[in-house]
Design a binder for this molecule. Structure first.
Ligand code: SF4
Length: 375
């Protein structure tokens, strides 16, 4: 049976979740005049729905995307946004596979795919204009501006959270400010409102009482893009590490992606994460094979160079590029002399097992540091 949106006369746009990305994307769509429908943030119900309608071996982010789409369509969305990116993994098939499955389930909608193979900001502007039905170039530019400003604001408040979490006296106080920050950044409709919100947020962060002199263990979090950025998918690994007194430096932030992927090369001021990783990883892997394989290997070598205590590598179960990475990393870890642990996430992964392995890893890097100090 055909399932038609209850909104027959207007375009209602939805897109999948990945951490905080809904904040800049909905800001851009709204600035362009679109009606946006946000499905619930990723949760176990989303994953159950997506898994039910996916082939078992497809990667985890696809299952969540499909669950997001179904939840959005059930609430009345009739235009779905999806992006495709260069690479040689399954991401190139996501949009086609999801569209075919949703049509088979009887949903009526239009899928708009912005394809990073075809261009950068220009392709985003073109496809967002099409999805929203807006032909006003000024609104599009304003939309891009506020979206990029929100991406930078979100990275700023996230980095503060990552710094404060292992140092705060009152557990959870930095997280409270962060949750408030997300709401305020989401609410801001203009750059002026965003600046005012940030001022307020920073004031609240300044009030978080913490020990800035604490001797802290620092780890890098690397791996597949989606898992790094989506706390539901990575089982809030950063929070768990914070509870263990460890500072996390995530190697992919949204602003890295927007600066490196969306901006033309001549506007990029520094060496990109991809270029740095390719340069550092070349003695272990010579070419990109999709996903973040190069970045994952390069980040471990970079961490060793920076004397970081250890690296946590995450990826979805069955992700081809990260499976290759997992085979290379033991050698990299040995030759570069840095501890590395890998986690594969899927719908069967249990949090208790993850926490136990994290505790053991933190214990190991702690002992390693102590023995280095006394050597
Ligand atoms: S990087 Fe991995 S998880 Fe992401 S689309 Fe490619 S195969 Fe799937």
């Amino acid at each position: 049976m055909q399932k038609t949106s209850k909104y027959k006369s207007k375009r209602v746009v939805a897109f999948p979740h990945m951490g905080n990305i809904y904040i800049p994307v909905s800001a851009m769509l709204k600035t362009m005049g679109a009606e946006v429908l946000l499905p619930p943030e990723n949760n176990s119900e989303t994953l159950t729905i997506g898994t039910r309608h996916s082939i078992e071996t497809v990667c985890l982010p696809y299952k969540l995307n499909l669950g997001n789409y179904i939840q959005a369509l059930e609430s009345g969305a009739n235009v779905l946004l999806m992006f495709q990116a260069p690479g040689s993994c399954r991401l190139g098939n996501y949009a086609t596979m999801a569209e075919a499955k949703l049509k088979e389930l009887g949903y009526e909608f239009e899928m708009v795919v912005f394809d990073m193979y075809k261009g950068k900001l220009k392709e985003v502007a073109k496809k967002f204009s099409y999805a929203t039905g807006s032909t006003n170039i000024l609104k599009t530019l304003r939309g891009i501006r506020i979206a990029l400003a929100k991406i930078n604001a979100l990275d700023e408040v996230e980095n503060k959270l990552l710094y404060l979490r292992p140092r705060e006296y009152q557990k959870g106080s930095a997280e409270n400010v962060y949750n408030y920050a997300k709401k305020e950044i989401h609410k801001a409709d203009t750059i002026k409102e965003l600046k005012a919100a940030l001022k307020n947020i920073n004031k609240k962060y300044d009030e978080v009482s913490h020990d800035s002199k604490k001797d802290i263990l620092k780890v890098y979090l690397t791996g597949e893009f989606f898992v790094q950025l989506d706390p539901f998918t990575n089982m809030e690994i950063e929070r768990e590490l914070g509870k263990l007194g460890v500072e996390v430096e995530r190697q992919i932030m949204f602003s890295h992606w927007s600066n490196n992927t969306l901006m033309p090369r001549f506007l990029q001021k520094e060496e990109s994460h991809r270029d740095r990783s390719a340069r550092m990883a070349k003695k272990y892997i010579k070419r990109a094979i999709g996903g973040e394989c190069l970045e994952s290997v390069g980040d471990v070598i970079y961490a060793a160079d920076k004397n970081i205590a250890g690296v946590i590598h995450v990826g979805p179960f069955n992700c081809n590029p990260e499976i290759v990475t997992q085979c290379i990393l033991p050698n990299v870890s040995k030759l570069e002399d840095i501890p590395v642990i890998s986690f594969s996430m899927d719908e069967m992964t249990g949090k208790a097992g993850l926490v136990t392995r994290l505790e053991a890893f933190v214990d190991l890097i702690n002992r390693r540091r102590r023995s280095k100090k006394t050597a």
